[in-house]
Write a protein that binds this ligand. Sequence first.
Ligand code: FMN
Length: 308
Amino acid sequence: MPSNSADVHLDVQLGRLRLANPITVASGTFGYGREMAGLVDVSRLGGILPKTITQQPRAGNPPPRTVETTGGMLNSIGLDNDGVEEFIQRQLPYLASLGTAVIVSIAGKTREEYVRLASRLNDAAGISALELNLSCPNVTGGVDFGTNPAMCEQVVRGVREGCRYPILAKLTPNVTSIVEIARAAEAGGADALSLVNTCLGMAVHWRKRRPVLGNVLGGLSGPAIKPIALRIVYQVAAAVRIPLVGIGGIATIDDVMEFLVTGATAVQIGTANFYNPTVSMQILDALPAALAELGATSVAEVVGTLGK
Ligand SMILES: Cc1cc2nc3c(=O)[nH]c(=O)nc-3n(C[C@H](O)[C@H](O)[C@H](O)COP(=O)(O)O)c2cc1C
């Protein structure tokens, strides 16, 4: 057992991607870094995932686009973003200056769009990895690559072939068999899997007899989905060899440790950033002692150590 928590090594390896520690912030919940930089020492994070970008600018869905629910929130933002060129020009130089790994989240309506986006980013400086958002529940008109194993494998493989970065495939929990999709992403060449995006849900004004969200349906996130995300990490850990990134309702050091022992090598903090912007710093402060409590000298020693 390490004599004190200062002896604990926090760095983790996600395939070809090395992070200084396993605590990262989830796409869509940390803007492009600027909004949080006054509150959080972003350089301490293992990585930052900016809001998903698409080829063309997107206005997103009609308002209202967010609503609080019991134990979480629903959002139907719909990938509102300024497109890849604006991202490269205006956001990336700033993100790259933050001193943490920048994992750029991309989404497309077709396989070709993913491939084109990834190869466009090949020339940009300051990117550590790509995360393929195969899972956004709020976008209609495109194929949902996260629900069809064959299409999931094709899109990951297509990006893999033309892209110099490590690839994380982010999956949706809104499927019958997550294991099939996870195996397909692994077969396509993903370096790691990000588990999970939001759970499809809705909220209703019964007096008005109307849905609350302008888009009717939205993605549920926050503590309410943590048990679902843990279940998925558990199932997928038993089915693939590549590392996993746990996402869903993480708000405390205990949540992080639960994901690590269940099989996640790293985590992303999402909704908790909204109601407690310094949550990632608090978790980082607590991580060495929590690992030391398990007698571990590294993060890797506790990953996937759940007994029955
Ligand atoms: C307001 C909001 C916007 C989001 N936007 C994105 C996005 O652009 N791309 C993406 O992959 N996930 C997006 N997500 C999903 C989060 O990254 C995360 O997977 C999900 O919220 C579960 O984690 P949490 O419970 O910690 O929030 C968004 C979530 C919220 C709440």
